[in-house]
Design a protein around this ligand. Structure first.
Ligand code: FDA
Ligand code: NAD
Length: 434
């Protein structure tokens, strides 16, 4: 089979792929120059919807409603949009072999694709309990959530196990968002995680105490400090019990596992420089291989603000890194340069009627402010992180758009702080003054 030739190929069809395609179109693209190759069967969409509105029992979000770029307030890129722009959307096509030196990609069905410039946007995959040999972890109705197919299977199980029992393994993003989603669907939910409090890679114990209290009030039972070590199934192979390391046995009709992600870099092993588990890039998302860029979850890039190189597994960076890479590609073709990527980390989550945002870096001392009582009618609280006498990070639950903007500004400006007690007293008004 002859190889298909493109000037640009985006490998991956997720969030960064969609935003990269839009940026290519903005910058000027001739028909037939760009291909997006994705193993998913649908055009790029806003992945965060999968753990939120996609699982709602009433009026759930469905495609085409959340194709990119609606998540950041832009135009929705429907499959027709790619056609209009002359972009080839090559779906249900998994690339299984990559030759970066030969500028060739090969699919699972043996199709070859050649490119002049490649944008790697393969994102992450889930870490599975079978990866660390947990017994019985291949039973039916044990779910992971990464792609729309996973969410469809979970939705079917939610329907068929009405009012059943669910166990969530993991206390990170997936754990907290899915715990809420299953509870909203009226399942009896238990959550299990090894740490002393949820989301320890971002939350302080005070922040976590609010969410754990709120979840408990919603009827979710949280079991901390232990892990799932085995599952038993019924004669149909469906999960029935979760065995914990501390000896507890939990009944389960549905199990959702969220024990972390792993960037999809295996296709490129030995062909490109890696660092911190990702593909190393410069401030324009250019990798160590000429004409190859990497964006989104897979990129380990210079975070200028902290003079460090990091990987970020969140949607805001997926969008912005994709735009930066395409701008850099287009500028370099004209012998021009663009500004270095200067990213302010931004993470957020939503569950039940809660909504938080975080900006900056969660290092140094912390100061809690506001009302973090989980029984309050409308709790609003936050936390500042202070390093070397300056505020470097800020978290806010229940903020208005203006208040969220003010904590973003604080994290960017990094104002000095004379007294932590004073900061605690001033709370959100400290940020509003900046
Ligand atoms: P992304 O995973 O979006 O896309 C990768 C694409 O590459 C997929 O389409 C995949 O199929 C394809 N691919 C991989 N290997 C391939 C191959 N060999 N051949 C062909 N195609 C291949 N973040 C946040 O800030 N707020 C939030 O609320 C959420 N919520 C959220 C919910 C859920 C369920 C998940 C899984 C993740 C989030 N995130 C999030 C994280 C955020 O979605 C994530 O950081 C971005 O989607 C990353 O974008 P990428 O384009 O890098 O990968
Ligand atoms: P995570 O890293 O947020 O959380 C992993 C959690 O797994 C840990 O906090 C821990 O509680 C738990 N864990 C680890 N080993 C365990 C074990 N053996 N048994 C039980 N629990 C164990 O990862 P995730 O929640 O799986 O999320 C996957 C990816 O999706 C990440 O990249 C995340 O950023 C992304 N995501 C982001 C959002 C968001 O930003 N709102 C939402 C959903 C998913």
């Amino acid at each position: 089979m002859a190889a298909k030739n493109f000037k640009y190929v985006i490998l991956g069809g997720g969030v960064s792929a969609g935003y990269a395609a839009r940026e290519f179109a903005k910058q000027g693209l001739k028909p037939g120059e760009l291909a997006v190759i994705s193993k998913e069967a649908v055009a790029p969409y806003e992945r965060p919807a999968l753990s939120k509105a996609y699982l709602f029992p009433e009026s759930p979000a469905r495609l085409p409603g959340f194709h990119v770029c609606v998540g950041s307030g832009g135009e929705r890129l429907l499959p027709e949009w790619y056609k209009e722009k002359g972009i080839e959307l090559i779906l249900s096509t998994e690339i299984v072999k990559v030759d970066l030196a030969g500028k060739t990609l090969v699919s699972g069905t043996g199709e070859s694709f050649k490119y002049q410039t490649l944008v790697i946007a393969t994102g992450s995959t889930v870490i599975r309990l079978t990866d660390f040999g947990v017994k019985g972890a291949e039973a039916k109705n044990i779910f992971y959530l990464r792609e729309i197919d996973d969410a469809d299977k979970l939705n079917e199980a939610i329907k068929s196990k009405k009012n059943g029992k669910a166990v969530i393994v993991g206390g990170g993003y997936i754990g907290l968002e899915l715990g809420a989603a299953l509870r909203i669907n009226n399942l009896d939910v238990k959550m299990v995680y090894p740490e002393p409090w949820c989301m320890p890679r971002l939350f302080t114990s005070d922040i976590a105490a609010f969410y754990e209290g709120y979840y408990a009030n919603k009827g979710i039972k949280i079991i901390k400090g232990t892990v799932a070590v085995g599952f038993t199934a019924n004669s149909d192979g469906e999960v029935k019990e979760v065995h914990l390391k501390d000896g507890t046995v939990l009944e389960a009709d549905i199990v959702v596992v969220g024990v972390g992600g792993r960037p999809l870099t295996t296709l490129f092993k030995g062909q490109v420089e890696e660092e911190k588990g990702g593909i190393k890039t410069d401030a324009f998302f250019k990798t160590s291989v000429p004409d190859v860029y990497a964006v989104g979850d897979v990129a380990t890039f210079p975070l200028k603000l902290y003079n460090e190189i990091r990987r970020v597994e969140h949607v805001d960076h997926a969008r912005k890194s994709a735009e930066q890479a395409v701008k850099a590609i287009k500028a370099s073709e004209e012998g021009k340069t663009i500004e270095e990527y200067d990213y302010l980390p931004f993470f957020y989550s939503r569950s039940f009627d809660l909504s938080w945002q975080f900006y900056g870096d969660n290092v140094g001392e912390t100061v809690l402010f506001g009302d973090n009582n989980p029984t309050s009618q409308k709790a609003k609280f936050g936390t500042y992180w202070i390093k070397d006498g300056k505020v470097v990070g800020a978290f806010l639950e229940g903020g208005s758009p203006e208040e969220n903007q003010s904590i973003a500004k604080v994290a960017k400006v990094q104002p000095p702080v004379a007294s932590l007690d004073q900061l605690a007293k001033e709370g959100l008004s400290f940020a509003s003054k900046i």
